[in-house]
Design a protein around this ligand. Structure first.
Ligand SMILES: C[S@@+](CC[C@H](N)C(=O)[O-])C[C@H]1O[C@@H](n2cnc3c(N)ncnc32)[C@H](O)[C@@H]1O
Length: 360
């Protein structure tokens, strides 16, 4: 892709250079330099200036591309391919290190199978789903967090996370020298994250985490957060705890769940600075034969809570698709194995906008 882009740039340049060739009547003549008596400039001068500008623009573009490659290892585009690698392996990992806690945090094996089925996943194939841990809980790769921190933050920025989960984002934030404020309701996650926090930030300079309901982020100062990259809950598809304050606690409807999301995002709105960037990593899902375009449903929820959408990234390669053997059954059901998820990018707006989901 880079080569094609380079070739395109070269072709455009050659054409521009050809266009910039002085007309035949000017060639071989000594074109006067500098403005004429009437204040106009000879065409040769104008063309020479345009060439210089072009060369400069190209130089700038080459420098910018080189800088992007140096910073990210590649030139980022809206379709992002990232895989779990060394950085993920270096992280403390709840699901790897707390196998005995599985059942307490996950419910029964049957419930787990039901949840996977709900996501359109045959439980036999569950181990092959690369975006999930061995329990079917979504596991965020450190590489993904690192990329978005690198793209949208500077060291010293303040990162807010309303769904801290298993703590990968806290760990990457620390590595990136960001100040991190995280909330989560799940007690097992919190106990684990607090132990990790003590190891990686013993002086408590950077990492501040709270076991509580994100509807009430009382520990976070207004206008203090520059950035958020988080993984919101998945209604009742994923089980985090029995706490009825969980967004999408068992028994809630999808609409109630979206309202929970609204309450949380609205409560965090004053915590962000005006130019903050808020990124939500979202996977759509299926339940009882219905497809939920969760990424699309969250946009009006966010708008009502006071954020506007500025970009959409497609993330490829982290959710698993299906082994070949299941392709026929997908075709029979007239659905397609999913291999992408989203990162929705929002900014904060001064006034919340009503949306159709609950216009009053
Ligand atoms: C999708 S999980 C995040 C897990 C993440 N994918 C990871 O790898 O760590 C969503 C998290 O939101 C938390 N959560 C749900 N409702 C909440 C609430 N009202 N307040 C705080 N945390 C909440 C859950 O406990 C869960 O840890």
């Amino acid at each position: 892709m880079t080569d094609v882009a380079d070739a395109d740039v070269k072709a455009t340049l050659l054409k521009l250079a050809a266009d910039a060739e002085p007309p035949a009547k000017l060639r071989g003549t000594k074109a006067a330099r500098g403005p004429r008596d009437d204040g106009t400039r000879p065409r040769a001068d104008v063309l020479a200036d345009r060439d210089k500008m072009l060369a400069l623009t190209l130089q700038e573009s080459a420098v910018a591309r080189a800088a992007q490659k140096k910073r990210f290892g590649f030139i980022p585009t809206s379709v992002l391919k990232l895989s779990r690698g060394i950085l993920s392996n270096q992280m403390f990992n709840y699901q790897r290190e707390q196998p005995s806690k599985k059942s307490s945090n996950q419910g029964t094996a049957k419930e787990k199978q039901e949840r996977l089925k709900a996501m359109g996943v045959n439980s036999n194939a569950s181990q092959k789903i690369s975006g999930r841990g061995s329990d079917g809980l979504s596991m965020m790769p450190a590489e993904l967090v690192d990329f978005f921190c690198n793209y949208y933050t500077q060291p010293g920025d303040v990162y807010g996370d309303m769904f801290m989960g298993q703590g990968i984002r806290m760990q990457v934030a620390n590595k990136r020298k960001l100040h991190y404020y995280g909330y989560d309701l799940s007690e097992p996650f919190f106990i684990y994250n607090d132990a990790v926090r003590k190891k990686i930030d013993p002086t408590e300079d950077n990492l501040h985490i709270y076991h509580g309901d994100s509807r009430f982020p009382t520990e976070i100062a207004d206008d203090s957060l520059d950035f958020c990259f988080t993984s919101p809950p998945y209604w009742d598809i994923e089980y985090y705890s029995d706490d009825p304050r969980q967004a999408g606690a068992p028994g809630t409807t999808y609409d109630e769940f979206l309202r929970n999301m609204y309450e949380i995002m609205a409560a965090w709105h004053p915590k962000f600075r005006d130019d903050a960037t808020i990124v939500l990593n979202i996977n759509d899902f299926r339940k009882n034969g219905l497809f939920y375009a969760y990424h699309a449903d969250l946009v009006p929820v966010m708008r009502r809570a006071g954020y506007y959408l500025t970009d959409v990234w497609i993330i490829e390669g982290l959710v698993g698709g299906m082994p070949k053997a299941f392709a026929t059954s997908f075709n029979d059901q007239r659905i397609v194995p999913k291999v992408h998820e989203y990162a929705l990018v929002f900014r904060k707006r001064a006034v919340a906008m009503p949306t159709s989901f609950d216009d009053e």
